[in-house]
Design a protein around this ligand. Structure first.
Ligand code: ATP
Ligand code: MG
Length: 386
């Protein structure tokens, strides 16, 4: 029996636990808001402090990158933390992330780092409009971002960003990263694992769609070989530079046959949830295998699969279960607008079959809760028919 402690007690820790128990792993979760170690599924208290959680764990990992640095250091000092605190900190600070991409010569959007109004003015001169400004710390689901189309917006945007920086509670100084807006054709991501032994195994590139800045659909079908090779090269460069252990997700913008890195996540990722039904070994199991030094599981695509996020809803019509190869994954969270509450995976033996099932699903689900799904299903069907 391996004891695994996860920093963070959300749905990712929950799904790690679900994937770990058949491997005889015991997964516990550290809730950073209460400082309690809890059971990841039924949030019952196990220990009232982190120290005991660390002592009882064989391996420690994180389900999110915005963990306080003293907590990360405490875990790292035990020698049990994977990936390293350095990798987690980089994932949690866009300034460090950009520096890593540059040091590995990995293609990414032209950018500038901003701390003062002067830096802001320089960034506007150096980058051409439109520009996207992102908070360096604590950003997720498109939060802490500003988009600038014309210089007339400069004063208003700067004021908002300056207020945002002042309000930061973080021990590390908050800042802004300005990025050239990329006229991408698609957004794709690569989820892959690197184990303590240096073994690497990646899933096929997944196509991602966002609604109101939040991931709504991920689609995994046979990946384009050229793009997949590019993505694997980036994955290898980044993970080797960091001596990375665990699942790492890399988000890309696709422009023609070229991939630019948007950002990385040092953890299991929402765009990898399809692996629960589309591959032999899901990302949660492969993360656990990687950090425990076990051989990695098969990451090839067994069948085309789509993942649909359930956002701000705590129920869907039961009829969705009548569609073949539909699986439900609820997180047992309290309903709140914009909150990721669960996801639906749907697979087909062929893309045509997946397209048919996706259309059936889109017709049953409420269009208010899944605003872009009908359109997505229709376009996918058209693409398959071509
Ligand atoms: P998430 O938590 O969903 O990954 P996030 O808050 O970490 O989001 P990003 O992934 O950096 O933020 O940005 C959110 C979305 O905004 C991207 O998926 C993309 O659609 C858009 N976006 C971000 N940066 C750029 C850019 N440079 N050019 C064009 N679009 C961008
Ligand atoms: Mg993102």
């Amino acid at each position: 029996m391996k004891n695994v402690l996860v920093l963070g007690a959300g749905q990712l820790a929950r799904m790690m636990d679900l994937a770990g128990s058949p491997l005889n792993m015991d997964v516990k979760a550290f809730d950073v808001r209460t400082n309690n170690v809890v059971h990841p599924i039924a949030p019952e208290l196990i220990y009232g402090d982190l120290t005991q959680g660390i002592a009882e764990a064989d391996v420690i990992t994180a389900e999110f990158e915005h963990v306080a640095h003293d907590t990360l250091e405490q875990c790292e000092n035990s020698g049990k933390l994977f990936p390293s605190s350095q990798a987690i900190k980089i994932g949690g600070d866009r300034r460090l992330e950009k520096a890593l991409l540059e040091s590995c010569s990995v293609a990414n959007a032209k950018h500038a780092i901003i701390a003062t109004r002067e830096d802001f003015n320089t960034a506007i001169e150096q980058l051409s409009l439109p520009i996207i400004f992102k908070s360096a710390l604590e950003g997720y689901d498109g939060k802490g971002q500003w988009r600038m189309k014309s210089v007339e917006q400069a004063d208003v945007i700067w004021q908002e960003m300056a207020d945002f920086i002042v309000q930061s509670q973080s021990a590390v100084p908050q800042g802004i990263v300005a990025e050239q807006m990329i006229p991408f054709e698609r957004e794709v991501s690569l989820v892959g694992a690197r184990s303590t032994t240096g073994e690497i195994s990646v899933y096929p590139l997944t196509e991602n769609h966002h609604t109101n800045g939040i991931l709504s659909v991920s689609l995994a079908s046979a990946a384009d070989e050229t793009l997949q090779a590019q993505a694997l090269d980036v994955f290898t460069k980044l993970t080797e530079a960091l001596d990375y252990v665990g699942i790492l997700a890399i988000e890309f913008f696709q422009i023609g046959e070229k991939l630019l890195v948007n950002e990385i996540a040092p953890r299991v990722h929402n765009s990898g949830h399809w692996t629960q039904q589309g591959a032999d070994t899901c990302q949660f199991e492969n993360h656990l295998r990687a950090i425990c030094g076990l051989p990695l599981g098969n990451t090839t695509l067994n069948r085309p699969t789509a993942m649909i996020n359930i956002i701000g809803e705590d129920r869907v019509p039961n009829e969705v279960l009548a569609i073949p190869s539909v699986t439900m994954h609820w997180y047992e969270k309290e309903k709140r607008a914009g909150r990721k509450m669960g996801h639906i995976n749907v697979s087909g033996t062929t893309e045509a079959e997946l397209a048919t099932r996706l259309s059936a699903l889109a017709q049953i689900l409420d269009t208010n809760a899944f605003p872009d799904l009908l359109e997505f299903a229709k376009k996918y069907q058209e693409k398959i028919n071509r």
